[in-house]
Design a protein around this ligand. Structure first.
Ligand code: ATP
Ligand code: ZN
Length: 299
């Protein structure tokens, strides 16, 4: 098929989002062969090709219509949007949906010996960051004035080098901060990976594939935590057991042969099923309890 009829999605080439992005596409059913140049993967069973790039380039590639879709952090999306609106332009990409991976936060962190007593302590200070527009918005919203020192990387060593008094950077566990004698004091932005798309209307066939892909992504996100649970119980315990099943809609109830008026209950639980739940189920009269992972789901 010609390029114009195939969808193209940009994902991070090598970094924190790469594995989860590829895993998501594979769970959506994509089989691909990796091109010689390692820059592209060609979908073998769907008209969907994957382009591997630096995460910062993803919004631009979608905006310039080189790719129809992209998976990138909210942090990158927001910074890009704010930078554009500061220049008086509209972004040429749309946020479609947030994903359940790539979670992190953009936070302000101060050196261990910094006397931090709430936000006013950062007024008039120099703050190093690679997210100048997002930080500027935060300062504006909190009526603070401070000097933003825009760097392209290695933000966490800026205070030790004397280039800044504090920093505003991405954090997930905080171990990088403590290794650099910094401590997190406030969150500027909560982030996770998200799917973006071109606002340009797509030809029917491509639009149809985007729709199918979105449904599959929904399905993949729903099954991650879901479990299929099966158990036996006396019919009289049905109500109590139903209340104990976490996040399940209407369970299937099947009468069992034999004496004792027993039923089999089958249900999809949209939350993880913990040992405590199983113990409560047993106490309510359940037996032969089985909990199975759900592989695919289509609402
Ligand atoms: P690239 O070479 O693609 O520009 P990078 O160094 O900008 O790579 P990574 O450090 O791999 O990128 O981070 C990519 C994205 O992963 C971030 O923009 C953010 O959305 C997300 N992320 C999740 N946890 C963290 C974290 N602890 N630190 C930084 N980014 C994180
Ligand atoms: Zn990057």
């Amino acid at each position: 098929m010609e390029r114009k009829q195939r969808l193209r999605i940009a994902i991070q080439k090598s970094g924190r989002l790469t594995e989860d992005s590829l895993d998501l596409l594979q769970r959506c059913g994509l089989k691909y062969s990796r091109g010689k140049d390692q820059l592209m993967c060609y979908g073998e069973n769907m008209p969907l090709d994957v382009l591997f790039v630096r995460d910062d380039d993803i919004p631009d590639l979608v905006q310039e219509d080189v790719c129809d879709l992209g998976i990138v952090g909210i942090n990158v999306i927001d910074e890009k949007r704010l930078a554009m609106s500061a220049r008086g332009t509209e972004p040429g990409f749309e946020l479609v949906q947030r994903m359940d991976f790539g979670r992190c936060r953009l936070s302000i962190a101060v050196p261990d010996d910094f006397a931090y007593k709430g936000l006013p302590s950062i007024a008039g200070r120099r703050i190093a960051t690679t997210y100048p527009n997002t930080l500027a918005r935060f300062l504006r919203e909190n009526s603070l004035e401070a000097e933003i020192v825009t760097l392209s990387g290695a933000v966490e060593i800026a205070p030790r080098l004397g280039r800044a008094d504090l920093i505003c950077d991405l954090v997930s566990t905080g171990s990088t901060l403590s290794a650099n004698h910094l401590r997190e004091v406030t969150t500027v932005l909560e982030s996770e990976a998200a799917l973006i798309r071109t606002p340009v209307p797509l030809p029917d066939e491509k639009a149809d594939w985007v729709r199918r892909l979105l449904l599959r992504i929904d399905g993949v996100q729903q099954v991650r935590e879901s479990k299929y649970i099966m158990l036996h119980a006396p019919r009289s315990a049905l109500e109590e057991i139903r209340k104990l099943l976490p996040g399940s809609e209407s369970p299937t109830v099947i009468p069992l042969e034999g004496p004792g008026n027993k039923v089999a209950i089958h249900a999809v639980c949209r939350e993880n099923v913990f040992w405590e739940t199983l113990e409560s189920l047993k106490a309510a009269g359940a037996s032969a309890v089985l909990v199975l992972p759900v592989e695919k789901m289509l609402a």
